[in-house]
Design a protein around this ligand. Structure first.
Ligand SMILES: NC(=O)c1ccc[n+]([C@@H]2O[C@H](COP(=O)([O-])OP(=O)(O)OC[C@H]3O[C@@H](n4cnc5c(N)ncnc54)[C@H](OP(=O)(O)O)[C@@H]3O)[C@@H](O)[C@H]2O)c1
Length: 273
């Protein structure tokens, strides 16, 4: 039997657009209250309004995920307003394309700070709070199908997503005895603002190579599809370790465990195409 999520509380970073915003709306439709974070206050407020239109409660915490006290502010906002939190979705992320040799140091570090360090800081803080309070819950990070596939020109982004995946795997084993679930989410190309954000970030960071190009539209999934998969995962009494939304990509990822050479050859062909 699946879990009833009514009155459960979820904290979502990167909730002003794309996968985060879709997840906030899907969680509200499932009966959850939400704590929303991103930097653009107006966009965040629009998502909060959608949540309230569903009859659920929403609060916003505006800020950059790399701010040192953001995790604390998010957890305190949840407990002060709702008295609890049951789930955390560390979703905020950016991408910039560039070869490992060419990518400016600042862009390299920023990607790790936002995608990896900030998401790890949040789930660690949430885990510590749950352990101290003797509560249980579900911690999720938005990784990517690229966590297990290295793209030429996208290696740093892939590395941040692989690092998230490994941390989730270790935390899952460490926290399972305490009844705390940890999962990583692995979307394929998704029709969000990610590619435009990547282009403007690349321009600001002075990256001379082209930013992440979106795959052909026909290959993009919708953020709602990812959001539905996340809600299904939250409902599971025995959650899956990893949430994948495209089985062929998962199979391609599995190939690297058996033959990295074969996977490299496939990826090179796909990228050239
Ligand atoms: N789109 C894809 O093809 C795809 C595929 C696999 C995985 N993903 C992952 O999915 C996650 C969500 O991306 P998306 O596709 O939904 O892209 P998106 O529409 O660009 O959403 C990214 C979200 O992160 C927020 N954000 C970015 N930097 C932030 C920071 N420093 N502090 C706080 N919030 C920040 C953005 O809001 P503000 O700008 O308002 O701060 C926005 O709400 C990312 O982790 C991404 O790596 C995306």
């Amino acid at each position: 039997m699946s879990r009833d999520l009514t009155n459960h509380v979820i904290i979502i970073t990167g909730a002003s657009s794309g996968i985060g915003a879709a997840t906030a709306r899907a969680c509200a439709a499932a009966g959850m209250d939400v704590v929303l974070n991103a930097r653009r206050a107006d966009r965040l407020e629009a998502v909060a309004s959608d949540v309230r239109a569903c009859g659920r409660r929403a609060i916003t915490v505006v800020g950059d995920v790399v701010e040192p006290d953001l995790s604390r502010r998010l957890l305190e906002a949840a407990t002060a307003t709702f008295g609890r939190f049951d789930a955390v979705f560390a979703n905020a992320g950016i991408g910039t394309e560039g070869t490992i040799a060419a990518l400016p140091d600042e862009a390299f570090r920023r990607m790790f700070d936002v995608n990896f360090h900030a998401s790890v800081d949040l789930v660690r803080a949430a885990a510590r709070r749950m352990l101290a309070d003797g509560t249980t819950g579900h911690l999720l990070m938005c990784s990517s199908s690229l966590a297990k596939i290295a793209l030429p020109g996208g290696g740093v982004y892939c590395a941040t997503k692989a690092a998230q995946n490994v941390i989730c795997r270790a935390m899952r084993m460490e926290l399972a005895p305490e009844g705390i679930h940890v999962s990583s989410v692995h979307p394929i190309g998704t029709a969000t603002e990610f590619f435009e954000a990547s282009a403007s970030y690349a321009a600001a960071a002075g990256v001379s190579t082209s930013p992440f190009k979106p795959p052909p539209r026909i290959l993009l999934q919708s953020p709602d599809r990812v959001a539905r998969a996340i809600v299904r995962q939250l409902r599971r009494r025995h959650p899956r370790p990893e949430v994948w939304t495209c089985w062929p990509l998962r199979l391609l990822a599995a190939v690297s465990g058996v033959s990295p050479r074969l996977q490299d050859a496939v990826i090179r062909r796909v990228v050239t195409w």
